[in-house]
Design a protein around this ligand. Structure first.
Ligand code: KG4
Ligand code: ZN
Length: 332
């Protein structure tokens, strides 16, 4: 089966073609960074308008790169939620129109669930695995037993890890998008220079909290010590505080659940220090760590096409009255 996937949940317009036999045939992402960077974050109304502008060329490019005519597409998959409603509606309504016009089945994919299986575009980790999903809107741990057996173990009680990175970058004047800017600057700094707090919560808790860290950074920056500190040391120390908790809690969950396998997912999984730290700590603990390439960590339509292919080829499909949603059953 050959599936066209469409993703527009936030500020990336993306389309991809995945084929059951040949694998990923194309993966196109149009970024809106230049539109939002002047505002220091995603402006929902502008995001929707940009999706409207980009959706046709992006889908055409994905079909072109996959050398696929519409007759060769067997079904359409699109992100239905969670995300910004205006943004989601652009991709989803476009996908529904294509499915209707082409008389093909459609499947509405959950964006978080798609992230959890993105690793299958590059490898085949055994089930079960612990998934650490870290993105701009979510930070959660899951026990993944199979393609339709996912249990949530814990999630953030306040900010998501990506949100923490983005807000810290703003405070440091590094602009938007923040995560990648901190990642880059932190390479030049000392991660142990400033002891920012790590919120472990109660022993054994698989929940996260990053709001205290955010406040601590703000207080530090306003202090004489903070004003005199080198930005690269602040970035590295802040990043280390986030990464230590993410890696530590993922490994504890693996140990507690008796599962020697962790899969990373979501935009923050592109962070170099997180990849390095969880890889090292996993090796020490005898836990396999699977890292998708960076392009498959951040938002993309390849993961949507992949999960759509699994669902549609298993005979699942959505009705054309399928609607976009803001809250997912994979988040708490
Ligand atoms: O998964 P994603 O592309 O979109 C959402 O579904 O949220 O994740 C975006 C988040 C942003 O907060 C961004 O700052 C963060 O991922 N991010 C990073 C890095 N690359 C992206 N955070 C830390 N280090 C990075 N290299
Ligand atoms: Zn995402």
């Amino acid at each position: 089966m050959r599936i066209l996937g469409i993703e527009s949940s936030c500020d990336d317009t993306a389309a991809a073609v995945y084929d059951s036999a040949a694998g990923l045939l194309s993966n196109v992402v149009a970024s809106q960074v230049p539109v939002h960077e002047t505002y220091g974050g995603v402006v929902p109304e502008l995001a929707s308008r940009e999706h409207i502008r980009a959706i046709v060329p992006v889908v055409e490019q994905a079909l072109g790169k996959a050398a696929s005519e519409r007759e060769e597409i067997d079904g359409v998959a699109a992100t239905a939620g969670p995300g910004l409603i205006g943004s989601l509606l652009v991709g989803l309504c476009f996908a529904k129109s294509l499915a209707f016009a082409w008389r093909k089945p459609i499947f509405g994919v959950d964006h978080l669930e798609a992230h959890l299986f993105a690793i299958f575009l590059e490898g085949r980790p055994d089930f079960p695995y612990i998934a650490l999903l870290v993105s701009g809107g979510h930070t959660s741990l899951f026990r993944v037993e199979g393609f339709d057996a996912v249990a949530i173990l814990g999630g953030t009680r306040d900010d998501a890890a990506g949100e923490a990175f983005d807000k810290a970058a703003k405070q440091l004047g590094l602009g938007y998008p923040g995560g990648v800017a901190i990642d880059r600057l932190a390479r030049l700094g000392d991660p142990l220079r400033f002891p920012f707090p790590r919120a472990w919560l109660s022993p054994g808790s698989a929940d996260f909290s990053f709001s205290g860290l955010k406040t601590s950074l703000r207080t530090f920056l306003a202090s004489p010590e903070g004003k005199a500190a080198r930005p690269e040391d602040i970035a590295a120390s802040f990043q280390e505080a986030v990464v230590e908790v993410l890696a530590g809690k993922a490994l504890s969950a693996a140990k507690r659940e008796g599962i020697p396998r962790i899969v990373l997912a979501g935009g923050v999984a592109a962070n170099s220090r997180l990849r390095e730290r969880i890889g090292e700590d996993g090796k020490t603990a005898g836990v396999e760590v699977h890292l998708p390439s960076r392009a498959l960590c951040t938002d993309n339509a390849a993961m949507v096409a992949f999960l759509g292919e699994r669902r549609l080829s298993a005979g699942w499909s959505s009705a054309l009255d399928l609607n976009a949603y803001a809250a997912s059953r994979f988040s708490r």
